[in-house]
Write a protein that binds this ligand. Structure first.
Ligand code: 5GP
Length: 190
């Protein structure tokens, strides 16, 4: 998505530890029209699928999941994050190591919001080492639901998880794939 690459080049900041900051339009302040453009693009890419639910993890995936859900006319669900194990029988859970916070937390989705006959599209803002997406995939599997793929705004291609998941046969659609980034430049996969 050319417009996303341009926005990253104009407004993104590379922080130490290979973290790309996009707080001005995606992660803290949200550019409403642009978020909806991303939602529409995700809906266009997955138009052939019979998606019944969009799934993400709080908090930074929520805006994009809602936009995709609006464009696809389906509900969006977000997994909640907890620091410690939640043993409730009412939730599906997965352990996720956070790339940005350097700690493991548990994500949980209430069982009533994911059912066997759901066809799920996972949406997130970033794909780095793939832990968040893999945690969400585990939850979809536990629910016995179908997974039609993952839509990611920004994949950090140099961290490899996107290609690993593709090699496993998972459909990963990333709207911008960063090949490399330094303080001075960000380059995208052609
Ligand atoms: P992963 O689990 O794939 O390693 O990392 C994905 C999660 O970490 C995303 O949900 C995102 O919130 C966060 N993340 C990973 N890399 C970055 C980054 O470069 N910038 C920002 N803002 N978030 C990131």
């Amino acid at each position: 998505m050319k417009a996303l690459e341009e926005k990253i080049l104009k407004e993104g900041k590379v922080l130490p530890g290979n973290v790309l900051k996009v707080g001005s339009f995606l992660n803290q302040q949200m550019d409403s029209d642009f978020i909806m453009e991303i939602g529409n693009e995700i809906a266009r890419l997955f138009a052939g699928e019979k998606i019944t639910k969009v799934l993400t993890v709080e908090s930074s995936g929520i805006a994009l999941a809602v936009a995709a859900g609006i464009a696809l006319h389906v509900p969006s669900v977000f997994a909640k994050k907890h620091k410690s194990a939640n043993m409730s029988k009412e939730v599906y859970t997965a352990a996720v190591y956070s790339y940005t916070h350097k700690e493991t937390y548990e994500i949980a989705v209430a069982k009533e919001y994911l059912e066997k006959d759901d066809v799920v599209l996972i949406v997130d803002d970033f794909l780095a080492n793939g832990n968040a997406v893999r945690g969400l995939m585990k939850i979809v599997e536990e629910a016995g639901a179908g997974l039609c793929g993952c839509a990611i705004a920004i994949e950090k291609g140099f961290q490899g998880a996107g290609d690993e998941l593709r090699a496993q046969g998972i459909r990963i659609e990333s709207l911008a794939i960063v090949d490399s980034m330094t303080d001075e430049s960000v380059t995208f996969r052609a």
